[in-house]
Design a protein around this ligand. Sequence first.
Ligand code: NDP
Length: 307
Amino acid sequence: MVEKVIIVGSGPAGYTAAIYASRDNLDPLLIRGKEYGGQLMLTSAVENFPAFKSILGPDLMQAMDDQVSQLGTRMLNDDVTRVDLSAYPYSIFVGDTEYKTYTLIIATGARARWLGLKNELRLVGKGVSGCAVCDGPLFRGKDVIVVGGGDSAMEDSLYLTKFAKSVKIVHRRNEFKASKIMQERVLKNEKIKVIWNSEVTDVMGDNNVIGVRLRNIDTGNEKTEGCGGLFVAIGHDPSTELFKGQLDLDKNGYIITHDNVKTSKEGVFAAGDVQDHMYKQAVVAAGWGCMSAISTRKLLEEKGIIK
Ligand code: NDP
């Protein structure tokens, strides 16, 4: 048997692709992974997804999962271990089981890089965040710390000044890696202070972040800095290990797309953060998922696989 479409990944892009493909009678197989739901499972209140004034990230993903289940979509709670895109129909392996498919929608997302602090992941959603655009408005009137020296850290810091009382950037060098224009904006902003040559060694708090431990890299001196939020902005890693050498990826590992969601292989589409290093928003990922399902249907029609 050859599947009409296999969708890999269960963040907003994968679920939206599944909703569209199911409603289009494509009978998709959604391989949603052992841990489903994507990055929103690690966030607290989501206040920028239309129709929900405020909803917890895991609740939003559960609602998407319920919607897909209700449509009768076949779901596999396992991880893809290997793909072979060299022969058509394509082969997707889950352990020893091979699935053949005419089209593939890749929605495997990206992972925010974390610092690896002892208490960091425990406090995600309780003051530790990997997404300023998502969580910034929850930090109104608070002192926050941003870690990183690239454009993400600059952009996040500037955005956070709209809400936070103060923003301190902690960077491990004595110069930023970010583009000059972003650096200038940051350095000119009176609400932002930079703590150079320093690293965060832990984050403190029981149910909410109350501060961080800082270490000066030159002197080795440590101190505590009080804050109500820690934003980690040290980059993302797209989940594309499975596709290396089989699809065109950019230098940061994101899948390169053209005509919105088409990849370098016909019939393979990429949707969401796995190909979008710019917006990284749930609502945008959902949009890419929609586009990929519609493009899939059009291709299957063109190939005469469906009427
Ligand atoms: P980058 O890889 O550019 O920067 C990551 C930053 O985090 C670096 O300064 C790095 O330090 C620091 N870092 C990495 N690991 C650690 C760690 N373990 N501890 C402390 N610091 C760490 O990632 P970005 O997300 O900032 O940007 C990714 C890409 O997206 C870039 O090409 C960027 O230009 C682009 N972008 C563009 C934007 C725009 O144009 N508006 C906005 C956001 C991103 P070090 O400097 O020492 O390497």
